[in-house]
Write a protein that binds this ligand. Structure first.
Ligand code: ADP
Length: 480
């Protein structure tokens, strides 16, 4: 062996940062590696939305925004239902109960969030927080700061290429092989190897093997490191995988490049506040309160490209999840269009091209769509698509200026991955725990079922990373 640690964590996203932090806090000598030149992985470019049924700032925000408080039971129920009852209830309970603990820890360490709690697609309780810049990097920055206070060693540009497992005795995982700029090295892990290598949306061959429709033609929101080899290496030492064909498209990415930028988070956070999605003809095509898989499919079947989120100044002023500076930079980047009337907004939409294609939306139709939707908000009922309308919370789009954001589905999250126990121990194909091997975050499968609800990814990754950090060192599950 070239190096020896108690715990070796592979991958420095939400899950890995959380795992390394807790392993170190529990007294383990800890190494965190990442193949990329920076920490943060996909987490860094995620939308920065975090679901938590409560938090230390919840009471104040619920009162200020006039919202009904949430419960853990409702969060669990929505999550299970939102994944068509295919998620593992034990894992869902883990992250739901752990989510406020992690959020409070982040807030205590300086995380800033916007003054809003939203109810995005598939959630029926107000529980989604948005970081100040609407991007996961806000959380990664706090996690990195927390990690720096521990004795964890970090190696970047360092890639795991093999997992070592004994073939006799206890058949423990005892270390990994890494490639560094100084050559190949073998790292011993006395207590545990924790895989937090993320998903495989960025690996066209792997994703299209499981879902043939997800060819290279589809863009991805993911960073180039989301290639899934952590899953393959674990399989090589006997690990099982589950639900590999459940792959989610993010419905509101930038239509020109598939990127999930901070502007692409606005359509996601907007449904409970009254954001309306329209197709190229200016007509609604889906219940905006629906899950990501439903919204993505509806967009693909809307008969044109792309679709748009429409909202008015009232939503900007009162809902709290859009900041003025974000609007300004969005307009400068031509990701957000602004006009004084809905007719003019349609003209601006038509003046732009989307992947070099033009559209011809009728301003009259757009206005009629928004007027009708305003009437539904007054009535508290959406006869067209059955959206749940909370009176007093959902706002009408009847005052200018008006805004539009173009949007289109992009390959986003792989729900499938390694099979784990509720203690984050990786299981083999016989259901037996592989001693010394743990996994957390997007590399795991079976947490969310067919479809992950937006804003559940960060608590899932952070809570399960935290559990892995503790179980690998002490054998105990943290008490949430
Ligand atoms: P999660 O949200 O589950 O924490 P992320 O995608 O944010 O997942 O982070 C996973 C990290 O793992 C990325 O930073 C990626 O570069 C890293 N990674 C993936 N495969 C390897 C590997 N073979 N060796 C080292 N790091 C890896």
């Amino acid at each position: 062996w070239d190096m020896t640690y108690d715990v070796v964590v592979i991958g420095g996203g939400f899950a890995g940062l959380s795992a390394a932090y807790n392993a170190s806090t529990q007294g383990a000598s800890t190494l965190l590696i990442d193949k990329m030149p920076v920490l943060g992985g996909n987490s860094q470019i995620n939308g920065g939305v975090y679901a938590s049924y409560t938090s230390k700032i919840a009471d104040e925000l619920y009162t200020k925004l006039g919202l009904q408080p949430d419960t853990a039971e409702k969060h669990i129920e929505d999550t299970i239902k939102g994944g068509d009852y295919m998620g593992d209830v034990k894992l869902v309970k883990n992250f739901v109960y752990g989510s406020p603990v992690m959020l409070n820890m982040l807030l205590d360490n300086g995380l800033q969030v916007r003054e809003s709690i939203t109810r995005p697609g598939g959630h029926y309780g107000y529980r989604t927080y948005t970081t100040i810049n609407g991007i996961g990097a806000d959380i990664v920055a706090v996690q990195k700061k927390m990690l720096e206070k521990t004795s964890t060693e970090v190696m970047l540009n360092t890639k795991m290429t093999q997992i070592y497992r004994e073939t006799t005795g206890e058949q423990r995982v005892i270390g990994i092989k890494i490639e560094t700029k100084d050559g190949v090295k073998n790292v011993k892990a006395e207590k545990g190897v924790i895989l937090t290598t993320g998903g495989f949306s960025g690996n066209v061959e792997m994703r299209s093997k499981h879902v043939p429709a997800l060819t290279a033609d589809l863009p991805t929101t993911n960073h180039v490191g989301a290639t899934g080899e952590g899953i393959i290496m674990a399989q090589e030492v006997g690990a099982n995988t589950t639900q590999m064909s459940y792959i989610q498209l993010y419905p509101f990415a930038n239509p020109n490049n598939g990127v999930l930028d901070a502007y692409a988070v606005i359509p996601f956070s907007g449904p409970s506040s009254g954001i309306v999605y329209v197709d190229v003809n200016g007509k609604r095509y889906v219940n905006e309160g629906e899950r990501r898989d439903v919204c993505s499919r509806a967009a693909q079947e809307s008969g044109g490209f792309p679709t748009f989120s429409i909202f008015g100044q009232d939503i900007v002023d009162k809902a709290g999840f859009i900041t003025e500076s974000q609007l300004q930079s969005g307009m400068e980047a031509e990701r957000i269009f602004k006009a004084d009337t809905l007719e003019e907004l349609a003209e601006i939409i038509n003046a732009h091209q989307y992947k070099e294609k033009s559209i011809n939306m009728s301003g009259e139709t757009l206005k009629a769509t928004i007027d009708t939707h305003n009437g539904y908000i007054d009535a508290g009922k959406d006869p067209d698509f059955g959206k749940v309308i909370d009176k007093g919370v959902m706002l009408k789009t009847d005052k200018g200026p008006y805004y539009a954001i173009p949007q289109w589905p992009s390959v986003h999250h792989t729900m499938g991955g390694l099979t784990i126990t509720e203690r984050t121990e990786v299981q083999d194909i016989w259901g037996k725990v592989i001693p010394g091997l743990y996994a957390a975050g997007e590399v795991t499968g079976g947490v969310h079922g067919t479809n992950r609800l937006g804003s559940n990814a960060i608590p899932d990754a952070m809570v399960h990373g935290y559990i892995a950090g503790e179980v690998s060192v002490t054998g105990n599950v943290p008490d949430f």
